[in-house]
Design a protein around this ligand. Structure first.
Ligand code: HPA
Length: 279
């Protein structure tokens, strides 16, 4: 079966053979945020298409690369690029890289994305730590027979985003003088951007940011017992009373402008990881 455990094991074995390091921390970066995957002395950079069993077809402008390397003494496996539902991928395909990470022994996962601001107090360039999410995609990567070796049938979601990790990121931001937002990410199917009425609805239901990724990766990570840190780079802020046209070029440019801040935050967070070894 597609995206089954045997398939994830084949992909994981391939990566294990290519990579000398044995990372326990994974990183998946989103649109234009590839720069966040700035590892020291990266080894074994290769393309998603090289990995047997991996989904193919990426959004235009997205790279699909895997690298392993270190930040301080922390070993990371970094995936630049991801699969989206709006490209026609199933939720299982979208979350498959997380299953492969699970098979590789990853215990901590950082998911970064570009998102639209829903909270009127947000500004473009802000970084938001995800405290929770709302899955509005109408789909779930955990539908179907449950793979017991992967996790339980009804995974608890009372704290999908790990609090100690989020606190570490917050502390890292304070050390760096980066102002940080915290909030709830609404995951939509896309690819059409939000209408003003949808923006109002998202505000009403308590969302602070909106995007087309992350929720299925988080659901699978939580199911896998992997702790998650979610970081959104706010590229634009929706104002339903003064709707402005938005292009993907604007989103990509705004993402690029702040990608290095996000990379610095991730590095500093792992400097703290070295020191405190948390959890
Ligand atoms: N909506 C959905 N996804 C996004 C947005 C947005 O406004 N900005 C960046 N990613």
């Amino acid at each position: 079966m597609q995206y089954s455990r045997p398939q994830a094991i084949i992909s994981a074995d391939f990566i294990r053979k290519k990579v000398r390091l044995r990372p326990t921390v994974g990183l998946i970066t989103g649109t234009g945020l590839g720069a966040a995957a700035q590892l020291e002395d990266p080894e074994a950079i290769f393309s998603f298409s090289d990995i047997p069993g991996f989904p193919t077809l990426m959004a235009p402008g997205q790279t699909g690369r895997i690298s392993a390397g270190k930040i301080g003494s922390t070993e990371l496996l970094a995936l630049e690029g991801r699969f989206h539902l709006y490209e026609g991928h199933s939720p299982e395909a979208v979350a498959f890289p997380v299953r492969v990470m699970q098979e590789l022994g990853i215990q901590t996962l950082i998911l970064s994305n570009a998102a639209g601001g829903i909270n009127p107090h947000f500004s473009p360039g802000d970084i938001m730590i995800l405290t929770d999410h709302i899955n509005l995609t109408g789909q779930n990567a955990l539908v179907g027979p449950n793979e017991e070796a992967w996790g339980v049938r009804f995974p608890d979601m009372s704290q999908a985003y790990d609090r100690p990790l989020s606190r570490m990121a917050e502390k890292a931001a304070a050390t760096l003088g980066i102002s940080i937002q915290k909030g709830i990410y609404a995951g939509l199917l896309g690819p059409s951007l939000e209408t003003p009425a949808e923006t109002r609805y998202l505000r009403t239901i308590g969302a602070d940011a909106v995007g087309f990724s992350t929720v299925h990766e988080t659901l699978v990570a939580v199911h896998a017992g992997i702790r998650v840190l979610g970081l959104s780079l706010i590229t634009n802020v929706h104002d339903p009373n003064h709707p402005q046209p938005l292009t993907s070029d604007q989103v990509i440019l705004a993402g690029k402008a702040s990608a290095s801040t996000l990379a610095t935050l991730i590095r500093e967070t792992f400097a703290a990881y070295d020191l405190h070894g948390i959890l």
